[in-house]
Design a protein around this ligand. Structure first.
Ligand code: S3P
Length: 435
């Protein structure tokens, strides 16, 4: 089913899908555990660390900041903590590669270190908006230079003072960056979110022994707390699992089971959406590993039908929209899907509205693009040539949708899956029984 050339993959139609699949460790949790382990007193051992390129970029940046990190067998890292505000000045600019989370979270840490760091990344990252993190960190006392509010950032760190920050856009990266700066600041830093976002920074701070107060949309962290090295286990990434959930929900007769996947309530808003699309979804929390609930997710094809996303639901499913779009084009002809209030998608790893709409049109879908979303009316897919625009989630979404087409689909930029899910195409082949 799949021929991979330098950077393209070809997916052929699949009549069936099913099985059991473990997904790579959660990307959001991996970044945070590595960074907090670097700031802790003593050694941390983290298992289930994401094998993706984004999380490798975080490790490379931390090493350049003087942190000793040993990568043991797959997914296990041993980090020698340097203590809060204990990082060393890097000798060269830091490279966050494709990872917005690396750049925004590390900015909060670097703002409190009294040296200058330049941090940038690839062409995609260089287009992404950073004023949202520059502004609060500047108010805390750091000086940050950037052209047009975009990477690379030159961060002149210093002793920080606490602030109250009310971000305009819901963003866990911004909340996390400000809280990490707050941990190292004088006083108590508060973030009041416009809508709830994933709470991994709060949970990770607690896992490393810090006190964090959460009340409604407000999170507060007192500066001057120490962190302790820990042994931590990271569950699978629900944002990777969701592509298999979409495959199961859209393929007649399919059932896919994903064990030990993260089921943090700030990440599971996509599950009721899958149910609205007619799938049978069973998610059972089996353990709570260091503040992060995890369990088995089972998704079964049932009665696929039209579904929509309301604007208020968007922040809770922001990374899952490409997979939901893939499911939408797999629905029986005449069924539909629409999402509005999702303009944030335009400033992700790609402009996810334009690139998604173009790719789906190229395989024969009927899609209308809006400034802040898109609408799909399902009809039989032909397959064709699509461009993932270097975006891992689009490459995976196109691959899932392509399994329902009548002809083959070639995906340019398919190697981008390595950003979060290096073995994705091998698992797709296995789950669809393709040669
Ligand atoms: C993330 C937060 C989200 C998400 C990204 C990971 C995180 O970004 O899209 O993939 O780990 O904090 P924003 O904070 O920009 O919404």
């Amino acid at each position: 089913m799949l021929r991979a050339s330098a950077d393209a993959a070809t997916v052929t139609p699949a009549a069936r899908a099913g099985g059991r699949v473990r997904v790579p460790g959660d990307k959001s949790i991996s970044h945070r555990y590595a960074m907090l382990a670097a700031l802790a007193d003593g050694e941390s051992i983290v298992t289930g660390y994401s094998p993706g390129a984004d999380c490798a970029a975080t490790l490379a940046c931390l090493r350049a900041l003087g942190v000793s990190i040993r990568v043991m067998e797959a997914g296990t890292i041993v980090v020698a903590g340097r203590g809060v505000r204990g990082l060393a000045a890097p000798r060269a600019p830091l490279d966050a590669a494709n990872s917005g989370t690396t750049l925004r979270l590390l900015s909060g840490i670097l703002a409190a270190h009294s040296f200058t760091t330049t941090i940038g990344g690839d062409a995609s990252l260089a287009r992404r908006p950073m004023r949202r993190i520059i502004e609060p960190l500047t108010r805390m006392g750091a000086r940050i230079d950037a052209v047009d509010g975009r990477p690379p950032l030159v961060i002149h760190g210093t002793s920080l003072r606490a602030i109250s920050h009310a971000p305009e856009v819901p963003s866990a990266q911004v909340k996390g960056g400000v809280l990490l700066a707050g941990l190292q600041a004088d006083g108590t830093t508060r973030v009041v979110e416009p809508a709830p976002t994933r709470d991994h920074t709060e949970r990770a701070l607690r896992a490393f022994g810090a006190r964090v107060e959460c009340r409604g949309l407000e999170v507060a962290v007192a500066g001057g707390q120490r962190l302790s090295g820990r042994r931590l286990e990271i569950p699978g990434d629900i944002s990777g699992a969701i592509f298999w959930a979409a495959l199961a929900a859209g393929t007649p007769g399919a059932e896919i089971e994903i064990p030990f996947v993260g089921l943090n309530p700030t990440r599971t808003a996509v599950l009721p959406v899958l149910r609205r699309a007619g799938a049978t979804v069973d998610a059972r929390v089996e353990r709570d590993t260091h503040e992060e609930p995890a369990g088995t997710l089972r998704v079964e094809f049932k009665e696929p039908r039209s579904f929509n996303l309301e604007p208020h639901e968007v922040p809770g499913v922001i990374d899952e929209i490409p997979a939901l779009a893939a499911l939408a084009v797999m629905l029986p002809a005449g069924e539909s899907f629409s999402v509005r209030g999702a303009a944030e998608l335009r400033v992700k790893e790609s402009d996810r509205i334009t690139a998604l709409v173009r790719g789906l049109l190229a395989i024969g879908a009927q899609v209308e693009e809006y400034e802040d979303g898109f609408a799909i009316e399902s009809r039989p897919l032909t397959g064709g040539h699509v461009d993932a625009a270097g975006d891992h989630r689009l490459a995976m979404a196109f691959a899932i949708a392509a399994t329902r087409a009548t002809g083959p689909t070639t995906i340019a930029g398919a190697s981008s899956v390595a950003v979060s899910y290096p073995g994705f195409f091998e698992e797709l082949r296995r789950l669809t029984g393709a040669k």
